[in-house]
Design a protein around this ligand. Structure first.
Ligand SMILES: [Zn+2]
Ligand SMILES: [Zn+2]
Ligand SMILES: [Zn+2]
Length: 440
C-alpha cells in the first residue's frame, strides 16, 4: 500500500475534470454506469462532490448548515425549526433557507419529513438557478425516478408525499405556474427515493440527506471497489481496491451486514433492481449471518428495533436492561447479525451510562464479526475499531489500545484518507496512547 498521497496524485475532481478521470458508459444489464479512464490504486479520492441540495435529518440534533452534531444549537428566530451552530452557519445558510423558512413557519407545529423538505429545496434551487449549465456527468433532471416500475403501494406513498409538499409550500407556491416548468412532484419524490445519499458524520451517524447527481451514476455491488465518506456536506468517493483502466466503479447502496435475501429485498424495494453480484450469487456468508437456532434468531431480530428506538430516545438504562434480558434468555453466536446488533446497542448504552468496562467487553465481542462482514477496507469497521481503542485507552490498557487503533488507522487511511479530520483525530489519539505507553 502506498503510504503517502501527494496533492498531484490525489485526483481532486471538480465537475470540469471529472470527464478526464471517469466516463459515463452503458454497463451491461445495469443501464448507466461510471468507469475509470485510468488505472487507480486503492486509497484515492476520485471525486469530491458538493451536494445539489441537502437537508439535516429532522430527528438529529445537528446544524442545518454544516451538519455538525451538537447538543446546544441556535434556533432560527423566524421558523424555530432550522438550527445552527452559530451566527456564521446561520448567515451562510440564509440564501438557501430564506424561502423554506416561510414555509416551515406556516406549517408549525408540524415539521415536514426530510424528503418533503428536500424536494422543497430542489424546487427553490431550480427556480433560483433555472439554466445553470452543468459540466457534471449527470444532472438533477437526468436522475431516474423508477416510478413506472414502482408497486401500487409505493405509488400511493409518493402521491401522499406530493400532497404533503403542496401543503408545505402553500406560502410560497400557490399554483403550478410558480413551479419550475414541467415539474412533477411525484416524479421528484421518486428521484429522491432512489438517488439521495445519506450523509453520515465521522462516527458514521446519519446526520443528513443530500443529492449528488453525478454520483447517482454509480452502480451498486455488495462487494464494491469504492466507498463514500463525507466531510461535512462534501461527498468523497474513495477507492478501496485497485481499479484498472476501463473497470466500472461501484459502491454499496445499503449496509452489507445483511443476508443475501435481505439485501436483494431492500435493493428491489428502494432501487427497483435485483442484485446479481458475485456475493449474491454464492450467497456469501449467509450462514454466518444467521448462525444459531432460526427461531431464536427471529425472536432476537424482533427486539432489535425496540432497542434502537430506546437508544434514540436516550433511554440507555432501559436499552441495556433489554440487551441483558435478550442475552440471558437466548443463546446466539456473536456473528449472528441480530446478536451483533444487540452487542452494539449494549456497548452504546454502556458508553452513555459511563460503564466503561462493560462497554469494552461488548465492543471486543463485536470485532471479530465486524472483520468477517466488513472485510477489505470499510469505514464502518475503522470507526468500530476506533471506538474500542478509545475505551481501551481510557481504561489504561495502552498496549491493547495502540494495537486496536493502529488497525483502525490502517483502514481509515484508505477509506477516509490521511487528510480527513476523522483520520487526524485518530492519529492524535494514537499519539496520546503511545505517549501513555512510554510513560507507564
Ligand atoms: Zn454549523
Ligand atoms: Zn427559519
Ligand atoms: Zn449483491
Amino acid at each position: 500500500m502506498r503510504e503517502t498521497e501527494t496533492a498531484a496524485e490525489r485526483i481532486n475532481c471538480t465537475a470540469n475534470t471529472m470527464a478526464g478521470i471517469l466516463e459515463k458508459f452503458q454497463s451491461l444489464g445495469k443501464g448507466n454506469g461510471v468507469r475509470a479512464l485510468k488505472d487507480m490504486s486503492h486509497g484515492l479520492t476520485v471525486i469530491r462532490a458538493v451536494p445539489y441540495v441537502y437537508t439535516v435529518c429532522r430527528k438529529k440534533s445537528a446544524c442545518d448548515y454544516c451538519l455538525h452534531r451538537k447538543e446546544k444549537l441556535l434556533r432560527c428566530s423566524q421558523c424555530k425549526v432550522a438550527r445552527y451552530c452559530n451566527a456564521h452557519c446561520q448567515r451562510e445558510a440564509w440564501q438557501s433557507h430564506k424561502r423554506e423558512c416561510k414555509c416551515l413557519r406556516s406549517t408549525l407545529p408540524n415539521v415536514p419529513t426530510d424528503s418533503v423538505r428536500l424536494v422543497g429545496k430542489i424546487i427553490f434551487k431550480m427556480l433560483q438557478n433555472p439554466d445553470a449549465t452543468s459540466e457534471e456527468l449527470y444532472t438533477i433532471s437526468d436522475l431516474q425516478s423508477h416510478i413506472k416500475e414502482a408497486s401500487e403501494e409505493v405509488q400511493d406513498g409518493l402521491r401522499h408525499l406530493a400532497t404533503a409538499l403542496q401543503l408545505y409550500l402553500k406560502e410560497e407556491i400557490q399554483d403550478i405556474s410558480q413551479l419550475p416548468p414541467g415539474f412533477q412532484a411525484i416524479e421528484y419524490f421518486g428521484k429522491v427515493t432512489c438517488n439521495s445519499f445519506t450523509i453520515s458524520d465521522g462516527e458514521m451517524q446519519d446526520v443528513g440527506v443530500g443529492l449528488y447527481p453525478s454520483m447517482s451514476l454509480l452502480n451498486h455491488s455488495c462487494d464494491p471497489n469504492c466507498v463514500i465518506v463525507f466531510e461535512g456536506t462534501c461527498l468523497l468517493l474513495r477507492t478501496v481496491k485497485e481499479i484498472p483502466k476501463g473497470e466500472e466503479l461501484t459502491i454499496s447502496y445499503i449496509d452489507v451486514k445483511m443476508p443475501t435475501q435481505g439485501r436483494r429485498d431492500q435493493l428491489q424495494r428502494q432501487y427497483s433492481f435485483t442484485c446479481d453480484c458475485h456475493r449474491c450469487l454464492i450467497r456469501d456468508k449467509d450462514e454466518d449471518m444467521l448462525a444459531g437456532d432460526a427461531d431464536t434468531s427471529r425472536e432476537v431480530e424482533r427486539s432489535v428495533s425496540r432497542l434502537e428506538e430506546l437508544l434514540s430516545q436516550n433511554k440507555a438504562e432501559e436499552a441495556l436492561n433489554l440487551c441483558k434480558t435478550l442475552m440471558n434468555r437466548y443463546y446466539l453466536p456473536d456473528k449472528n447479525i441480530h446478536q451483533l446488533k444487540v452487542l452494539d446497542c449494549a456497548m452504546d448504552a454502556c458508553i452513555n451510562l459511563g460503564l466503561w468496562e462493560e462497554a469494552l467487553q461488548f465492543g471486543l465481542q463485536t470485532l471479530e464479526p465486524y472483520s468477517l462482514y466488513y472485510s477489505n477496507y470499510h469505514p464502518v469497521r475503522a470507526v468500530q475499531l476506533m471506538k474500542v481503542g478509545k475505551l481501551q485507552n481510557y481504561q489504561g490498557l495502552f498496549t491493547e489500545a495502540t494495537k486496536t487503533l493502529m488497525q483502525a488507522f490502517d483502514i481509515m487511511k484508505v477509506t477516509h484518507g490521511r487528510d480527513h479530520n476523522q483520520t487526524q483525530q485518530l492519529a492524535e489519539l494514537l499519539n496520546d496512547c503511545e505517549a501513555n505507553m512510554r510513560g507507564m
